[in-house]
Design a protein around this ligand. Structure first.
Ligand SMILES: [Ca+2]
Ligand SMILES: [Ca+2]
Length: 83
């Protein structure tokens, strides 16, 4: 799976926590993960049923996150701007 959120050709991790937060942990060249970025959501949106897709939507080499909420018929795009 392509999950390079900052475009450095090293795969990164995305973690979903229980408290309405997504955390992106950046991988480094030694293959371990040292610092992270959090995306906080206002509502309890992460408690809803959703699927995720990872794709580079704007071709800037940074993987973007697509969240699909089938019950609400909603799609949410999160464009990565992590350096
Ligand atoms: Ca990366
Ligand atoms: Ca992108």
């Amino acid at each position: 799976m392509n999950s390079d959120f900052n475009g450095d050709d090293i795969n990164d991790l995305i973690v979903m926590s229980d408290d309405d937060e997504l955390t992106i942990i950046l991988g480094d060249e030694k293959d371990y993960f040292d610092y992270d970025h959090s995306i906080e959501f206002e509502s309890d949106i992460l408690k809803k049923h959703f699927r995720t897709k990872f794709e580079d939507l704007n071709s800037d080499k940074k993987t973007d996150l697509i969240m699909i909420f089938p019950e609400d018929r909603q799609i949410m795009l999160l464009e990565s701007d992590i350096e």
